[in-house]
Design a protein around this ligand. Structure first.
Ligand SMILES: *Cc1c(COP(=O)(O)O)cnc(C)c1O
Length: 220
């Protein structure tokens, strides 16, 4: 409970030292998951040196992205995507982690303003085949990768997953095996507050941390 009374900057130091404590060959970047958080909280994290931020809900994110326009923050969309929202996502974000249909990728590419450069994309993999989670099954990855890779205004970078809490180590290791089949892909987005160390040991490049930076959320 005490955690909530620490400053965001202290929490960031703790999370960054957890990341640095893990020996790994790959680069690891911390994404501060700022869903439900205010611009003041984001400003505090940014002042403490945090650059990458993740948002799940388009509506609430637009105000924040706009507020920090041209300030150097890098925005990652990590929530479920409705096809009628792709234009706004494509315009306002630098990365999208939750692509699980070719149709969505195609729309994001078609709607990307070429002046912004290519949009970075990750395919979300439902690594534990859970009914409650989105993402493609591992068997479907080959097909969606081959379709997406030729789209002009997106750059397919790799995969994202949200594993079952109980066996995340096995799931992360499957993701590591998966990406090793695709030499042109360089990014695994996996690991959250509770399991970032295990994720990094299994090759994570982007870890997505909310609670351990900003405290408990009042909704998910
Ligand atoms: C909320 C969320 C996170 C952050 O989870 P914490 O447990 O608060 O660190 C990471 N990834 C996704 C996709 C999320 O929705």
């Amino acid at each position: 409970m005490q955690k909530q009374f620490l400053m965001i900057s202290d929490n960031l130091k703790l999370v960054n030292s957890r990341i640095e404590s893990i020996q790994s060959d790959q680069d690891v970047e911390l994404i501060a998951v700022s869903k439900t958080r205010s611009v003041l909280e984001i400003q505090e994290a940014f002042n403490a040196g945090q650059i990458h931020f993740g948002e799940n809900y388009l509506q609430e994110s637009l105000e924040k992205v706009n507020y920090f326009k041209d300030s150097g923050l890098v925005w990652h969309f990590i929530g479920p995507i409705q096809s009628n929202k792709t234009a706004l996502i494509s315009e306002n974000f630098d990365w999208v982690h939750s692509v699980d249909r070719f149709k969505i990728a195609k729309r994001l590419s078609d709607q990307r303003n070429p002046n912004l450069g290519k949009l970075n994309i990750l395919v979300q993999v439902n690594i534990d085949k859970e009914k409650t989670k989105s993402g493609v099954f591992i068997e479907q990855v080959d097909e969606i990768v081959s379709e997406i890779i030729s789209l002009p205004y997106i750059c397919l970078r790799g995969f994202m997953c949200i594993p079952k809490a109980e066996n995340s180590s096995d799931s992360f290791s499957k993701m590591k095996d998966l990406i090793s089949n695709y030499p042109s892909l360089d990014t695994l987005s996996m690991g959250m507050s509770a399991d970032l160390e295990v994720a990094i040991k299994n090759g994570a490049n982007l870890v997505r941390v909310g609670t351990d930076i900003f405290g408990q959320r009042s909704y998910n």
